[in-house]
Design a protein around this ligand. Structure first.
Ligand code: ZN
Length: 132
């Protein structure tokens, strides 16, 4: 499944809109059905309105009618070789609520040495909906 997700992320990466940073990130989310939903980072001249690939993909899942239980795993990819596309804090927080603490997030760049972490490893001591 890793290869299918990586292939989907690589294809989606070409759709990244990153004219300012030129840091192209894409995200592939595997659904229980076997389908894959992708997202890309989309930048904006005002910078703060930029959306990351991970949130783009998660929001696309929800906008398509899927919920947390429908989502199996996530892969984050950049076409660069000089850094890994580790998710930012905002995306980690969104993963907690929309994806799930016990699910796997695989992070890989163009060198192809994937690292896989549980969401709860990426963001320990989490603020969740149960915290309210
Ligand atoms: Zn992010």
């Amino acid at each position: 499944m890793y290869e299918r997700m990586l292939e989907a992320a690589k294809k989606a990466n070409e759709l990244s809109y990153a004219p300012y940073s030129n840091y192209r990130v894409s995200c592939a989310i595997l659904l229980k059905s076997g389908n894959i939903i992708t997202g890309v980072n989309i930048e904006n001249a005002s910078f703060s309105l930029t959306i990351c690939a991970e949130r783009c993909a998660l929001f696309r899942c929800y906008a398509s009618g899927y919920k947390k239980d429908d989502l199996v795993s996530m892969l984050i990819y950049t076409n660069r070789e000089d850094s890994m596309p580790y998710p930012c804090g905002a995306c980690r927080q969104v993963m907690v609520e929309l994806f799930g603490l016990d699910k796997d997030v695989t992070i890989v760049n163009d060198l192809g040495r994937p690292e896989t972490y549980k969401v709860k490893e990426l963001i320990p001591m989490t603020f969740t909906e149960e915290s309210l």
